[in-house]
Design a protein around this ligand. Structure first.
Ligand code: LLP
Length: 438
């Protein structure tokens, strides 16, 4: 049953409408609650238990296609850290994207699906020798170097010609949360523009390395195009400065990811088409002023592909005053505690026309800050046993999940065309016990 079928029977029960900007493509709302890509929330909870991450495959794939269509001349590399499992990497591979990994562990997942090494980049402000060796053994196309120590280490381990990019901090403030602002000089990533030349010279001095270009990533959940435009100008100017100083023409420019998604209805989505036009102009104009050929551009979206495709399902365990307590919490959603993130919560297993009341949805963990959503409206008759759904939880939820209080991490369940299948199974107490060897 779709929203259109149900609405006429609902009279003035307006809070039973779905907000199309925050629910995955293919989500509908009927009298029995939410339905994801043809699979009712009630069936998902019955089959897989709660909490559970639900991932709409078509929604994920469509975002991959949106990026490729908007940026056809650019390489689109999925930032694996946002959500990584084998099924997702197969979708990424099939959609023709490249991949960015930042550890040997992330690379191992790529290896497990045979992701082509020629389409992989490895990042990270700390790459251990094990990370570097894993990248070299698999033959990843580019390693993004982040410190002089790493350049020396990689130079020793690598065989010519290992392609590298230098991560640079362009000094552009993307005006996002401090914990995910990475384009300014006062943080740990990359080389500030003032020392980028030292890194260039260090890479050029390593016979085993071939300097292919430069990389930057100004932050995450960045909502304005202007910050990227300014970044693009500064980075192309850097390419000009490298040519002037070293006589080396670098042909690759990686602009990173960070494109914002709406978490609450009405929040602006990122203007991808505007981004494409304005960044293209900024790059080609600056390049032409400097007499440079337009470099090959790479972008690295993570959240914007995975985030909107995911929903978390919880079961209400208790209602106590204005608190609605669920069977998950900060172990499956760290983003509220880390960044003060705000979420919408909906009743998922039935419909209700009870007037909304303002509640705070809290988790099961032993911390007062274990909150899923503060001051949200839920039908006044919400009770223990109800199912709740939280949208836009596809990115940085499973990947940031923990076992706090020895709680087992939820499964990821893929939904498509009315079929649900486990992509990552629920963690078990045996899984946890297996590591406890003392
Ligand atoms: N490229 C690099 C080098 C990155 O460090 C990141 C994210 C990305 C691309 C992808 O950024 P995205 O398009 O997903 O914003 N845990 C935080 C986000 C941390 C982002 C870390 N780096 C959160 O949940 O908001």
């Amino acid at each position: 049953m779709t929203l259109a079928d149900v609405l006429p029977t609902m009279g003035r029960c307006l809070h039973t409408r779905l907000e199309p900007d925050i629910w995955p493509l293919g989500t509908t709302l009927g009298q029995d609650g939410l339905v994801f890509a043809g699979v009712p929330a009630v069936s998902l909870a019955a089959q897989f238990g709660t909490p559970a991450y639900v991932l709409a495959e078509d929604a994920f794939r469509l975002r991959c296609r949106d990026f490729r269509a908007a940026l056809p001349e650019m390489e689109v590399a999925y930032a694996g850290k946002s959500l990584l499992c084998r099924a997702v990497l197969r979708w990424v591979m099939e959609e023709g994207l490249s991949l960015d990994v930042c550890s040997a562990g992330e690379l191992a997942v790529a290896r497990a699906v045979g992701f082509p090494a020629s389409r992989i980049l490895m990042h990270g402000n700390v790459k251990t020798p094990e990370d570097l060796k894993a990248a070299l053994a698999y033959g990843v196309d580019r390693i993004v170097v982040d410190s002089l120590d790493e350049i020396a280490e990689l130079g020793t381990l690598a065989r010519y010609p290992q392609r590298v990019l230098i991560r640079v901090t362009p000094g552009v403030d993307a005006h996002t949360h401090k914990a995910i602002t990475t384009g300014v000089d006062s943080q740990k990533f990359g080389f500030p523009l003032s020392t980028a030349m030292d890194a260039v010279s260090a890479v050029l001095a390593q016979p085993s390395l071939r300097l292919a270009g430069v990389h930057c990533h100004i932050g995450s959940q960045v909502s304005t195009v202007a910050a990227y435009e300014e970044t693009a100008r500064r980075m192309v100017s850097l390419l000009g400065a490298v040519r002037d100083r070293f006589g080396v023409v670098l042909r690759e420019l990686d602009l990173g990811g960070g494109y914002a998604v709406p978490y609450l209805t009405g929040e602006p989505g990122f203007d991808l088409v505007g981004y494409a036009q304005r960044v293209r102009v900024a790059v080609s104009y600056t390049a032409s002023l400097l007499g440079l050929a337009v470099p090959r551009l790479t972008v690295e979206p993570g959240r914007s592909l995975a985030g909107p495709a995911g929903v978390t399902l919880y079961r209400v365990v208790a209602v106590k005053g204005s608190f609605v307590a669920v069977d998950g919490g900060m172990s499956d959603n760290m983003r509220v505690a880390l960044y003060g993130a705000k979420y919408c919560v909906r009743l998922a297993g039935r419909s209700s026309c009870a007037p909304l009341r303002t509640v705070t949805v809290v988790g099961r963990h032993c911390e007062a800050g274990d909150v899923i959503a503060s001051d949200v409206g839920l039908p006044g008759d919400v009770h223990a046993g109800d199912l709740l759904a939280v949208p836009v939880t596809g990115a940085y939820h499973h990947s940031l999940a923990s076992n706090y209080n020895q709680v087992c991490r939820p499964p990821i369940v893929g939904v498509r065309d009315g079929i649900a299948r486990p992509l990552v199974r629920r963690e078990t107490e045996e899984d946890l016990a297996a590591r406890d060897v003392g």
